[in-house]
Design a protein around this ligand. Structure first.
Ligand SMILES: [Zn+2]
Length: 376
């Protein structure tokens, strides 16, 4: 059984897995182009409004839900993987990586609410000297420092030989980072975000912080052009996720965490969390093979839903909010303080709406359940 994930892009930032971002973002990605150095300047152009609020790009909203379908046509994207060096085991092993009862299952079993509220972030597993950022967009618009990249490499084997990472350098070693093209930068930033996220409540599917859970769950990520799934193997042994990083992915449309069109780095992080959960718990349990039977089983969709809820309600609201001044280079830039929280809830609700065949979690109601507010 392959643990293929169907694609899922919805109104806000609802991309989960599969054909993430096959919607031709060429023009959009140009906005993020250009050579950038460490600590890229957030040139505050006077952007007067630019189309950048809320729910723009409606054509991209519901449209992608249609891609939602399970198993997305089976072998279509398999071809991209076949015969890959180091991934040869992927096909054969893809049915085993996530079999319930593997050695990870117990360790990651829902520690659900138990335990002390002490290190639910990832800091417990992070070197003290690593860089911290005041907000997520500051992280995403800065080139990762070499030490941070080295730290990620120590924890995860990121494999780029199956994806086109050509293009101009957006970060350079000469500037204290590493020579990185945009795809490589985005990949590392996804892990840096996971490392940076801290929550004030335990994640329901693990007793660890998010980064520590991911580190305990997988050994690496093999990036591919056109598909995502769990799991293959790699040189470090253990499970390697397959994660789509193709040139038309939504991750390149803006440098920021999310925008009003549903693009940004958020879907990539979401995707990694989703696929990694498969390594713990196996595949989707509905007859269609693409949805989970119940939220309570905390499969990949339940985990994704929960992750988004945690972003909204348990992440540091000062970190997870738009902080950059309006700038025309950020298409559909979100501005309101709770925009990223609301975007997370939208993804959570979309997941609840379409990803469970028996029992789904309730929809969000930020009116009745107020979102935390940043109080610097
Ligand atoms: Zn999945």
């Amino acid at each position: 059984m392959r643990l293929r994930c169907a694609s899922w892009l919805v109104a806000s930032i609802g991309v989960a897995c599969g054909d993430v971002g096959s919607m031709g973002l060429g023009e959009a990605s140009s906005s993020a182009g250009g050579v950038v150095g460490v600590a890229r300047a957030h040139a505050v152009a006077d952007v007067a409004g630019s189309s950048n609020t809320g729910g723009a790009a409606p054509d991209l909203a519901a449209a992608r839900v249609g891609d939602d379908r399970p198993n997305g046509g089976g072998g279509a994207s398999d071809s991209g993987v076949a015969g890959a060096r180091g991934i040869a085991d992927a096909d054969a092993g893809s049915g085993t990586g996530g079999v319930p009862g593997d050695e990870l299952a117990g360790a990651v079993e829902s520690g659900a609410g138990a335990g002390s509220l002490v290190a639910f972030g990832s800091e417990a597993s992070v070197d003290a000297e690593t860089t911290t950022f005041a907000s997520i967009d500051e992280l995403l618009t800065s080139c990762p420092l070499a030490a941070d990249l080295d730290a990620i490499d120590k924890d995860f084997d990121l494999v780029f030989d199956r994806v086109d990472t050509s293009g101009p350098l957006v970060c350079t070693a000469a500037q204290g980072s590493r020579d990185l093209t945009r795809p490589r930068e985005r990949a590392y930033q996804a892990l840096l975000v996971i490392r940076a996220l801290e929550f004030d409540a335990p994640l329901p599917w693990t007793s660890s912080g998010l980064y520590a859970w991911l580190k305990a769950t997988i050994k690496g990520i093999t990036f591919l052009e056109d598909m995502s799934e769990c799991c293959g193997t790699g040189s470090r042994g253990g499970d390697y996720l397959f994660v789509r990083l193709g040139a038309d992915s939504v991750f390149y449309a803006t440098e920021l965490w999310a925008n009003g069109a549903g693009y940004g780095l958020s879907p990539l992080v979401d995707l990694i969390v989703h696929e990694a959960r498969h390594a713990n718990i196996g595949g989707h349990t509905c007859p269609d093979g693409a949805s989970d039977s119940t939220f309570e089983e905390m499969g990949a969709w339940g985990t994704e839903h929960t992750f988004q809820r945690w972003l909204a309600y348990h992440a540091d609201p000062c970190f997870l909010r738009p902080t950059l001044p309006p700038n025309t280079k950020y298409e559909y830039q979100l501005q309101s303080a709770n925009a990223y929280q609301l975007a997370a809830l939208e993804v959570a609700d979309r997941t609840a709406m379409v990803r469970f065949c028996e029992s789904a979690p309730p929809f969000s109601d930020p009116g009745a359940e107020p979102l935390p507010v940043c109080e610097p």
